[in-house]
Ligand binder design. Structure first.
Ligand code: DGT
Ligand code: CA
Ligand code: CA
Ligand code: ZN
Length: 577
């Protein structure tokens, strides 16, 4: 069971964090952390280096002998015993302390030792009773920050980001497929609905040999415990804490079970209500006609289409099933045709090695063409973003000159000269007006002063929307799922201003951002604001996250018409001023 570079890097990052929490030698911590970074940046699969007898992992800068040996273990076995041991030593409740934004492993360890804090709940109590502020290096302000961060840490403890759930789901499906006898298999629940975070995974299987399916399910890598095993249901918990529910159903019920366990609960409440109006009953076994006292006649259940059809309803896309607008659409026979990945023709937010990207301008262009895109915008950071070596006017002009040269050899493919220009803390743009005027595509975004009060941060974004050279606001709320709260921005004001000035808004497809989120996408649509789904790629692989943005857009009920970068280039051009 091989692991890819990203997964191996994540393991080392975790090891570094745990060692730091334990107060290990800082050099040791650093070697794992820098190893993780180097591996994450590597374009070549580690497995390829190991497979080549003439090469050694230690040829990778920053990878020493200890790290190299562990990579080989992971590639061979899919696990790192050292991480398993560390996880044995520190309980999951204590580990959750590491997830509090602004706390970090060192401070978390200090609180654990000094105050005996063993869980998020205990941390909350300690802050509320003002025990934390008295400690060395802490104060009332830190206490306040911790309290604010606790909510997000609590969510992160119980809900996994969709993209991480997806890795587990794909592995599990692959693992299950290895046994014969499985006729149908689907992942249901919030995962199938494309929710940004997933509480637990719900696997549905149609098979003849239930025992074989359950045995296989229990032997999935990373299963820490089997919570329950019955005749048709089984639940496990993984090392990560995530639960997986399995249900094995017969052929005639597969569609009904898929409908039932896809949910959402609210969607299903309405479905059941409508069934009742028709003298029908719907549950995980099928749709039944209530014939009389205790008598039920099976009507449908093999497929989802059939289940919905029996209730005079269309087979809603899973992303719609939240009891928001879908029933109204169905009643009016106006179910939108949701945007699909294949509709996307351009990617208008990406970085290169000129700032914090990992691929050159040429590499990004080649990769975009390879992906079948028709146009892209190169949008490196502006100078305020010092951490990313943001571009000043001179370096930006140099990049544009390079783009001009490159354009001479491009046929049927457009590269826009763009910039991701910071909105300064005090308001206003990070680059002069005349420079912005020269750009083909100006993204405005906030990276600093994210904790400003609502009025101030809203003003900054409104200021950018009023700027005639700005085309779009990137990641408009700044949230990081399970990591960072959104800015305290008044989105109604932002929507009104964007509509008034004819500006676009971004749906950042990075699975940690998904910003705008689904409800905001629906609101933008109501305001008539076109959405641009962008990857914000910092590498060629980074362009692969587009699917996550599309999924979120679908949850927001957006069609291809609502998403500007589904337009062919000659039509998209109208958005450029
Ligand atoms: P999650 O796991 O919290 O991210 O969200 P879901 O939607 O996956 O919820 P989950 O795993 O509890 O259940 C999956 C679906 O199964 C849910 O959307 C609706 C259905 N379901 C589960 N438990 C019940 C229940 O007690 N009553 C009803 N009516 N439906 C249920
Ligand atoms: Ca679930
Ligand atoms: Ca469940
Ligand atoms: Zn960016």
């Amino acid at each position: 069971m091989g692991m890819n570079n990203r997964e191996i890097a994540a393991v080392f990052e975790r090891v570094a964090e745990l060692l730091e929490f334990q107060g290990a030698n800082p050099f040791r911590v650093r070697s794992y952390r820098s190893g993780a970074r180097k591996i994450a940046d590597l374009s070549e699969p580690l497995a390829a280096i190991v497979a080549d007898d003439s090469r050694s992992l230690t040829e990778i800068e920053g990878v020493g002998k200890a790290v190299a040996e562990k990579i080989e273990v992971m590639l061979a076995t899919g696990r790192l015993p050292m991480l398993d041991e560390l996880l044995q030593e520190i309980s999951p409740q204590v580990l959750a302390l590491l997830r509090v934004p602004g706390l970090g492993p060192k401070k978390a360890a200090f609180l654990h030792k000094e105050l005996g804090i063993n869980s998020l709940e205990e941390l909350r109590k300690a802050c509320q009773s003002q025990q934390v502020r008295g400690l060395k290096g802490f104060g009332p302000k830190t206490e306040e920050t911790i309290l604010k961060g606790l909510a997000i840490a609590e969510q992160a403890e119980s809900r996994t980001r969709w993209v991480e759930a997806d890795t587990i789901a794909s592995r599990l499906l692959e693992h299950m497929r290895a046994i014969g006898g499985i006729r149908q298999m689907e992942m249901a629940g919030s995962y199938r609905r494309g929710c940004e975070t997933v509480g637990d995974l719900d696997l549905l299987v149609e098979a003849t040999d239930v025992d074989a399916v359950m045995d296989r399910f229990g032997s999935f890598q990373g299963v820490a415990e089997v919570i329950a095993r019955g005749d048709t249901k089984m639940s496990t918990r993984l090392d990560s804490g995530m639960q997986i529910d399995l249900r094995v159903v017969p052929k005639e019920s597969f569609g009904a079970a898929l409908q039932y366990f896809t949910g959402s609960k609210d969607h299903n409440v309405v479905v059941r209500g409508r069934a009742k109006q028709r003298g029908l009953k719907v549950n995980e076994w099928g749709v039944f006609r209530v014939a009389g006292e205790g008598e039920e006649q099976y009507v449908a259940g093999e497929t989802e289409e059939e289940v919905y059809a029996a209730l005079d309803m269309p087979c809603f896309s899973p992303q719609m099933r939240e009891a928001r607008q879908e029933f109204q659409w169905a009643d009016q026979r106006e179910l939108p045709k949701l945007v699909e990945l294949a509709d996307i023709r351009g990617d208008l937010h990406m970085h290169t090695t000129a700032t914090d990207g990992k691929a050159s301008l040429q590499e990004m262009v080649d990769a975009a063409k390879h992906r079948g895109l028709e146009y892209i915008a190169i949008t490196d950071h502006s100078k305020r973003v010092t951490m990313a070596r943001g571009l000043d006017v001179q370096r930006l002009r140099a990049q544009w000159a390079k783009i001009d040269l490159l354009r001479e050899n491009l046929e049927g493919f457009t590269v826009l000269k763009g910039i991701e220009c910071d909105i300064l803390e005090k308001g206003g743009m990070d680059l002069p007006e005349d420079v912005l005027a020269e750009a083909d595509w100006v993204i405005a975004s906030i990276h600093y002063g994210q904790n400003q009060p609502q009025e101030q941060i809203t003003e900054r974004i409104l200021g950018a929307l009023e700027n005639p050279h700005v085309d779009i606001i990137a990641h408009p709320t700044g949230r990081l799922i399970n990591r960072r709260e959104p800015y305290d921005v008044d989105m109604e004001e932002v929507f009104a201003a964007a509509a008034r000035h004819g500006k676009l808004l971004e749906l950042n497809a990075n699975p940690a951002r998904l910003d705008l989120h689904d409800i905001h996408c629906a609101a933008a649509k109501r305001h008539g604001i076109p959405i641009v789904i962008s990857t914000d790629a910092h590498s060629t692989e980074g362009m692969g996250v587009m699917c996550h943005g599309v999924q979120q857009a679908r949850r927001g009920g957006l069609t291809a018409e609502d998403v500007a970068n589904t337009l062919p280039w000659n039509e998209f051009e109208k958005y450029l001023r």
